[in-house]
Design a protein around this ligand. Structure first.
Ligand SMILES: Nc1ncnc2c1ncn2[C@@H]1O[C@H](COP(=O)(O)OP(=O)(O)OP(=O)(O)O)[C@@H](O)[C@H]1O
Ligand SMILES: [Mg+2]
Length: 363
């Protein structure tokens, strides 16, 4: 397949609750929004991160693409969950080629899967000069310079599954990214990172919460929690003995079956409290290991759209919590898009927008 950095792509975020499609046009100053569409994921098609009904998803993707009237066939999508390992490792300084050669061996000690079952990628993020000043001529000893490398391993079967979904919908997948990196891309473009600042990007979806803690611009810790908005929906279903659609409506403030939103607040509170505790555990783990405190939390994903979530989490975590605006620095033509829709989608679009920004000149 012949693709260049000018190849137009669409970003497709395939979630357990909804599928989001984003397309951006590169402008001289940045990006303009050309498409943003969202379609519910067919019921039970993705359960706990596992694709149970691939044909249903393929069909939904086909519908979404056709309703958005996009003709572009090249697509960038992402994976996350337990089939994905992201590790920051430290190795002696070497060239890209040398690293590429030694990385499988290096990786073996960090990856809990058979090395033949994973695709490995890496990126050098920082070279640490332990030896200061110009090297003396004739010095026998090799300087012990080190560099930090982000190592990514993704199970091959999960990639093959994604590619076949996409091909099934008549599209070509050109890049398979990671959810956390897509969100990082989106955040960097819209907000930028400040030197020394520690930011926790937290995406709360239906079945997963993806955490990415960055120091400056560099990923230092990631974790995918197997908890999301579904926990809350299920609690409402069980306690009130209602079906999933009714529970969803109640959660969003729509009265159903004679039950009002007020009646489900205790369940929402309990679920959010549970999520908060899990997030706090990850934050503590990071802070202890890195000996750094988190400066700010930035939320994205569907659950981030729930009213008051930022205040709730800010109180329970004791940290400033903001909700991301994925369109902050993106030009939006409001003759093409409803401002209310764009506002509502601002946290939900994060991953798809980050994917749509992906060009082929970066890794
Ligand atoms: N306005 C809203 N208020 C409250 N909850 C919401 C709102 N919008 C979406 N949600 C909840 O957010 C969750 C879906 O979020 P999102 O679309 O980010 O998930 P996903 O990307 O499909 O799932 P995952 O990433 O876990 O595979 C659902 O639990 C849904 O009920
Ligand atoms: Mg998601």
């Amino acid at each position: 397949m012949f693709v260049t950095k000018n190849t137009e792509v669409i970003g497709l975020d395939i979630g357990a609750y909804s599928i989001k499609l984003a397309r951006l046009k590169k402008t001289r100053k940045g990006f303009e929004l050309m498409n943003f569409g969202i379609m519910p994921t067919p019921p039970d098609a993705i359960v706990d991160g596992v694709i149970e009904k691939p044909e249903d998803i393929t069909e939904a993707i086909r519908k979404l693409v056709s309703s958005e009237k996009v003709k572009i066939k090249h697509l960038v999508t992402a994976v996350s969950g337990e089939s994905v390992i992201i590790k920051k490792i430290n190795v002696p300084i070497m060239t890209d080629d040398e690293l590429a050669e030694s990385i499988p061996l290096e990786a073996e000690q960090y990856i809990p899967f058979d090395i033949d079952d994973v695709n490995i990628d890496f990126q050098i993020i920082r070279k640490i000069q332990l030896t200061e000043g110009p090297k003396e001529a004739g010095l026998e000893e090799e300087p012990e310079d080190q560099m930090d490398v982000i190592l990514v391993a993704v199970k091959k079967d999960i990639i093959a599954e994604r590619v076949s979904l996409i091909n099934g919908a008549g599209l070509d997948s050109v890049v398979i990214d990671l959810d956390v990196f897509a969100i990082e891309n989106e955040y960097e473009f819209n907000y930028g990172f400040q030197e020394g600042e520690v930011i926790a990007l937290v995406d709360i979806g239906a079945s997963f919460t993806n955490i990415n803690i960055l120091e400056g611009m560099v990923t230092s810790f990631t974790r995918d929690l197997t908890i999301g908005g579904d926990v809350c929906t299920r609690a409402i279903q069980n306690e009130l003995n209602v079906g999933p659609e009714v529970a969803e409506n109640l959660k969003m403030g729509i009265e159903a079956d004679g039950v009002s939103h007020k009646d489900v607040i205790p369940m929402i509170t309990a679920a959010t409290e549970g999520l908060s505790q899990e997030i706090a555990k990850s934050f503590e783990f990071y802070s202890t290991a890195a000996n750094r405190e988190i400066d700010k939390v930035v939320l994205s994903g569907g659950w981030a759209a729930m009213e008051g979530i930022n205040k709730f989490l800010s109180n329970s975590l004791g940290l400033p919590v903001e909700i991301v605006d994925s369109f902050k620095n993106i030009k939006v033509n409001y003759n093409m898009f409803d401002p209310e829709y764009i506002k509502d989608m601002a946290p939900i679009a994060a991953t798809s927008i980050g994917l749509a920004m992906r060009r082929f000149d970066d890794r």
